[in-house]
Structures are given as structure tokens and as C-alpha cells.
Design a binder for this molecule. Structure first.
Ligand SMILES: [Zn+2]
Length: 72
């Protein structure tokens, strides 16, 4: 198995690892209930996404309404 020709210096290793830090994830505010929400994710508190109920009470009603509208 090939191995590195030379040991990397502590300075080189630290320079490489200067890019390894994790960044904090961003968050937005739910337009329906005001809870903090991950971007491009359904709100865990109320089940809204892009101004529509997609999970929980009323989600099925919305789907049926859209199906009826598409059929017409
Ligand atoms: Zn919400």
C-alpha cells in the first residue's frame, strides 16, 4: 500500500484543518406560526410549508381541493 513520502508538518496540518470547522445552520421564521424553521423544511410545529398545510389537520383537504381543481 502506498504511503506519504514525507510526514506533514504540524503547521501544514493546522493550515489544512483551518477549513474543517463546522458552520452553524441557518434558520428562518415560519410564516404561519412564527416558530424557527430550517430553510426548505416543513414547519415541525404547525405542518406548514410555503403557506400551505402539508402535514396534520387540513393537509388531506388541501390535497383533495387541488385534485378537484386539476380535474376541472
Ligand atoms: Zn409553523
Amino acid at each position: 500500500m502506498p504511503v506519504p513520502y514525507r510526514r506533514k508538518s504540524a503547521s501544514r496540518a493546522r493550515m489544512r484543518r483551518s477549513h474543517d470547522a463546522l458552520k452553524a445552520v441557518g434558520s428562518t421564521i415560519c410564516s404561519n406560526c412564527g416558530e424557527p424553521v430550517l430553510p426548505h423544511h416543513v414547519c415541525r410545529a404547525c405542518g406548514f410549508y410555503k403557506g400551505e398545510q402539508v402535514i396534520g389537520a387540513g393537509a388531506d383537504a388541501n390535497v383533495e381541493e387541488e385534485a378537484e381543481a386539476a380535474a376541472e
